[in-house]
Design a protein around this ligand. Sequence first.
Ligand code: NAD
Length: 481
Amino acid sequence: MKDAPNPAQPTPLPHSPSNSPRNSRRSFLRKLGASAAVAAAVPSALASARTHAEYLPLVKKQPFAANDRIRIALIGTGGMGIGDAQTALMVEGVEIVAACDLYDGRLTRAKELWGKDLFTTKDYRQILERPDVDAVINATTDHWHEKISTDALRKGKHVYCEKPMVQKVDEGHQLIKVQKETGKTFQVGSQFVSSIIHAKAKELIKAGDIGEINFAEAQFDRHNAMGAWQYSIPLDASPQTVDWDTYLGNAPKRPWDPLRFFRWRNYQDYGTGVSGDLYVHLLSMLHFVTDSKGPNRVMATGGLRHWKDGRDVPDLHLGLFDYPKTDAHPEFNLALRANFVSGGTANYQFRIVGSEGDVTIGWDSLTVRRTPFAKAPGLSIDSFPLAMQEAYKQEYYLKYPVRPTMEGPTEFVYKTPKDYKGDRYEHFVNFFDSVRNGKPSVEDATFGLRACGPTQAGNLSYFGRKIVGWDPEKMRIAEKA
Ligand SMILES: NC(=O)c1ccc[n+]([C@@H]2O[C@H](COP(=O)([O-])OP(=O)(O)OC[C@H]3O[C@@H](n4cnc5c(N)ncnc54)[C@H](O)[C@@H]3O)[C@@H](O)[C@H]2O)c1
């Protein structure tokens, strides 16, 4: 099957020999986009199921000549940056040409991974000046997301920006504006939005499998140092190997502190705390599954219970988000918990509850439990006088006659296929599909702000010890909670 000719496959567009390889490659990308060749060639059965894995081979199997490749650069070659770049390179027709980081060791590591000819720099502006870079992955610390992404878009690069899209709400509006102005592809890196598991959840919920949604919940229970963001610090960490001044950016000036560089998540100046770092994934997936624009009230509490290593963010965080009724969904509530001191259990679970069942979403599976309400309400008549009990029963059984009914499965488990490459891979397939074919971004800047804005409201609530309002339409902190 794999090698069989595929009639649905588009014919590559010809290149003009008079063009330089560089122009020829750009023109190929442009023409492919304009003709929407892939989309037109997709059989309707698959076209209608484009959130499903089946379309991936159509994207993947395009033959890519050397000058037709999408060339990427990685900015921020830390843990996620390496993971992102390696996943991006699994998509056919993609190659990496440059990497940027502020710590020497990570640039050395980039060359180890992607070859000694890789261009490396500590100054991301040098990456953006390179004509051979089509797209950048921005996997820097949260406080650099907006600046590097908008600079890249303005330099004509497509951008895959890690979550949370921005550290501050105003920065989100700036990104929305620049994305619109430049017309370049901008995709946020909350990969669940491209997952077939979540696409299935969306399909089942839309079909009414769990009735009307009224509640959703998720827990991140962790019980180890890595889970609590106490990452390893390299032995050569120093102001000589790290560009500390650039790292601080718009954050307050401070003397060199390796903890604040290598364990940045623990500080409000560079990260977004539990709420922005972890909950943003859950809001992204929930908004994707329910087509919601977001909550209108946010409450958070918790504390710092164990990891007292100088951090200024909590290690136990509880967040409540009220979702108002919209055309897409009824009113519902979301309850989130992250506990980095979770003795007895280390677990992750996400559950959406409806009037007739629930959906539990795991890393590689989806479980639907169907429990419609019984038609008969049941009896609680023992405290009534005997005569009343008899009379009540007569009426009750007339209204609710006892009839045997067939019993069937109440629980359905869906699993990802064995060869499933994962949601991050699919997220990159979607990103490069947008870059090549002009397909709208699956997670654009507006979607990104609708997911990360409320999590910042969660931080305002936690630190301000108050309920915070959020306007999901205007994407602003609301005066009234
Ligand atoms: N999508 C996901 O599932 C997921 C998972 C983990 C992390 N992330 C996100 O990825 C981003 C990176 O997280 P990480 O865990 O890889 O952190 P990390 O500390 O391992 O890497 C961040 C890197 O960014 C670099 N950096 C910071 N400012 C820079 C600048 N101005 N120019 C160039 N490089 C700069 C740092 O030198 C560092 O090496 C964060 O925004 C995080 O929230 C997403």
